[in-house]
Design a protein around this ligand. Structure first.
Ligand SMILES: Nc1ncnc2c1ncn2[C@@H]1O[C@H](COP(=O)(O)OP(=O)(O)OP(=O)(O)O)[C@@H](O)[C@H]1O
Length: 243
């Protein structure tokens, strides 16, 4: 099932001419794109093109110039804690669960505000409720990913930035995480960095493709993936491999 958005809804996140330079090397060269207010927008591209840096710059974790708007308000001059408080949740590529703490303790540490949304988290991921006393480090990769998603959902965020959630997972677990993300996205819009094109095809309405720190494609995700030559040129993979 694909997620839908209203064509009339204003974008939730807007990047305009965003540049990032780290230690003298230019990483993003003036990227501009929008993230819809519902469903999944995929951020794609080969290794090292600047996808993670785009998420980090949005969160204020890398120095950036240009305009970043969230829900009609500029956030490009704001510090990370303010951006987090404004309702953007970030799930990093390596998940970063506290391995020695239990599932419940990991969730508790992510509580923000007076009413953490355990109802939402446990409804989406009953496994986290069942495994509350298990050390997070002993969870499977897929379960750890669900815990990482659960932590950002606790805070009632209005947008999630999720970096390569299926990386390193077995094919069957990739499917479980895709189902989980589909359910999450029905609840909260997602900007998703993802290399697995079958997951992109399943979840994303729109796809933004980066190459060497620039946006080189922005459009309907399925139309891109249906065009084998374009997918091969932009992403270096054939859609056959992605199925
Ligand atoms: N702190 C840093 N210092 C120097 N170079 C960096 C730094 N962070 C990222 N880069 C470089 O910027 C480029 C973009 O990195 P980034 O991690 O954003 O790419 P990516 O598209 O997410 O890659 P991948 O798909 O491999 O995770 C890479 O060439 C990377 O080596």
């Amino acid at each position: 099932m694909n997620t839908h958005r209203s064509a009339d809804a204003p974008p939730l996140l807007t990047l305009r001419d965003v540049h990032v330079e780290v230690a003298g090397s230019k990483i993003l060269h003036g990227i501009s794109f929008e993230v819809a207010a519902t469903g999944v927008t995929a951020l794609l591209g080969r290794n090292g093109v600047g996808k993670t840096s785009t998420l980090l710059a949005t969160m204020g974790l890398l120095p950036r110039t240009g305009e970043i708007g969230f829900d009609g308000r500029r956030i490009d001059r704001e510090r990370t804690h303010r951006i987090v408080r404004s309702g953007i949740g970030y799930v990093p590529e390596d998940r970063e669960v506290f391995a020695g703490l239990t599932v419940t303790e990991n969730l508790r540490l992510a509580e923000r505000g007076p009413q953490p949304r355990y109802d939402v988290v446990y409804e989406l991921f009953p496994e986290l409720d069942k495994r509350g006393r298990q050390a997070a480090g002993t969870l499977s990769g897929g379960q750890q990913q669900m815990l990482a998603l659960g932590r950002v959902l606790l805070a009632d965020n209005r947008l999630l930035l999720v970096d390569e959630p299926t990386k390193g997972l077995a094919p069957q677990v990739v499917q479980q995480v895709a189902v989980a993300l589909e359910r999450v996205a029905a609840h909260t819009p997602v900007l998703l960095v993802e290399q697995n094109l079958a997951v992109v095809r399943r979840l994303a309405l729109r796809a933004v493709v980066l190459n060497q720190g620039r946006v080189v494609h922005d459009g309907d995700a399925r139309a891109l993936l249906a065009d084998a030559a374009l997918t091969q040129r932009l992403l270096g993979v054939s859609t056959g491999e992605a199925a």
